[in-house]
Each structure stands twice: as C-alpha cells, then as structure tokens.
Design a binder for this molecule. Structure first.
Ligand code: HEM
Ligand code: HEM
Length: 180
C-alpha cells in the first residue's frame, strides 16, 4: 500500500491519547509512595498499574494501526533531520512498549495482578518473588528518565520546526491539518 503524506484522524487521536496517558502516568509515578517490600497494591500504586495496562493496550493498537496505514515523514527535511526524527519516533514506540512490559513483570514479581480497565486480569509474566522481575523493576525505574529524555528531544524538535524553521511539521499532528 502507498504511504500517506499526512496523519489521519485515528493516528492523531492515538498520538494525543498516548501523550495524555503518559502525562498521567508520570504524575502518578512521581506522587505514588516509593515501592518497597511492604508496599500494597492500593491507592496511587493501583492507579499506576491500571494506567500502565491502558498504555500497553493503546500502544499495541497504535502500532497495528501505524503498520497498516504507513505515513511518510514531511518532505523538505535535510537527511540528518529525517534520520533523527525517524530514529526518535522508533525509539519512542519501543521505549513505551518496553516500559509497560517491564512494569508488568515488576508488578507480578511483587505478587500483584495487573488488570486491564479493572476487569481483565492479565496473565503473570514473572513469578511472584522472581529476581528477574525485580530487576525488570530496577530497569523500569531507570528507563523512566531515558523515555523522558527522548520525549523532551521529540517535543524540542516539534517546537524547532514551528518557531525556527517555520514549516508545517508541527501542524501535521494537530487536529485541523490536512496534507502537507
Ligand atoms: C510507559 C509507561 C510507564 C511510565 C512512564 C511509568 C513510570 C514510572 C515511574 C515514574 C515510577 C517510579 C520510579 C521511582 O520510584 O523511582 C514507576 C515505578 C513502577 N512502575 Fe511504572 N511506569 C509505566 C508503566 C508501568 C506499567 C505498565 C506497570 C505495571 C503494570 C508499572 C509498574 C510499576 C512498578 C511495579 C513500579 C515500581 C518498580 C519497582 O521498584 O519495583 N509501570 N513507573
Ligand atoms: C507536546 C508534546 C508533543 C508534540 C508537540 C508532538 C508533536 C508531534 C508531531 C508534530 C509529530 C509528526 C512528526 C512528523 O511530521 O513526522 C509527532 C509524531 C510522533 N510523536 Fe509526538 N508530540 C508530542 C508528544 C509525544 C509523546 C509524549 C510521545 C511519546 C510516545 C510522542 C510520540 C510520537 C511518535 C511515535 C510519532 C511518530 C508518529 C508516526 O509516524 O508513527 N509524541 N509528534
């Protein structure tokens, strides 16, 4: 199938939905109590698992959509700009997916069930008390900052296009934009 030149409504909804869910997840992740031996899966911790499961669900749908309906990068970018933008997008997808899987394993290692929308209990991917599940939690806690770094890079790129290059790349992800 030929790649489209612009993002459709569904791709934009997915983009901004993930943005909102990640913002909520970072907020909850930073106000929830530090997770240790005696921590219970309740309150903000429980919210963190619920939002995390929703992020996993939406990012999988988004990836399926993206692969089914390819979109080309904006034309008119230099070679290094295109490579940087493309690599950043790829890393963002990968990191969000990896973060959710590591968080899921970390939750299971603490003996917590992960539920999707509070209804569907996801199967445990790490046994209760497993050491690799706890290591997954440690990596999860580090990737929190790595993902944040790439988000900052990505947003800086979007603002650079808008304020410095003054092209229409930022508008490509906004509701009103058509092809550009
Ligand atoms: C991309 C999505 C996610 C983001 C941005 C995120 C963010 C965070 C943050 C900021 C913390 C606190 C780190 C600290 O205290 O140093 C954390 C810890 C944690 N998160 Fe997530 N999280 C995500 C997805 C998930 C998912 C899907 C789950 C489980 C279903 C989960 C489970 C946990 C657990 C269990 C911890 C404690 C880790 C440990 O020390 O064992 N997270 N996360
Ligand atoms: C204020 C925040 C944000 C702005 C202004 C923004 C802006 C944009 C723009 C303009 C594009 C289209 C680039 C192009 O023309 O090729 C885009 C694509 C993308 N954004 Fe964001 N973004 C934001 C937040 C995020 C966040 C938090 C994520 C985290 C996952 C993210 C992930 C992506 C990905 C993966 C793509 C590539 C879409 C694709 O081609 O499949 N964005 N963003």
């Amino acid at each position: 199938m030929a790649a489209s030149k612009s993002y459709g409504a569904i791709a934009k909804i997915f983009h901004w939905l993930i943005f909102l869910l990640l913002a909520a997840q970072y907020a909850v992740g930073s106000i929830m109590p530090h997770i240790g031996r005696g921590t219970l899966n309740e309150g903000w911790v429980n919210w963190h698992l619920s939002i995390g499961a929703a992020i996993l669900f939406v990012i999988l749908l988004r990836l399926i959509w993206r692969l089914s309906f390819p979109v080309t990068l904006s034309t008119g970018m230099s070679r290094w700009e295109s490579i940087l933008a493309y690599a950043t997008h790829l890393i963002l997808y990968a990191l969000v997916l990896i973060m959710t899987l590591l968080g899921w394993a970390a939750a299971n290692a603490r003996g917590w069930d992960v539920k999707l929308f509070g209804i569907v209990t996801l199967p445990a991917i790490a046994p209760n008390g497993s050491s690799w599940g706890h290591e997954a939690g440690d990596i999860h806690n580090i990737l929190v900052y790595v993902l944040l770094g790439f988000i900052v890079l990505h947003v800086a790129g979007a603002l650079y296009h808008y304020y410095v290059l003054r092209d229409r790349v930022l508008q490509r992800m906004l509701p009103a934009d058509g092809a550009s």
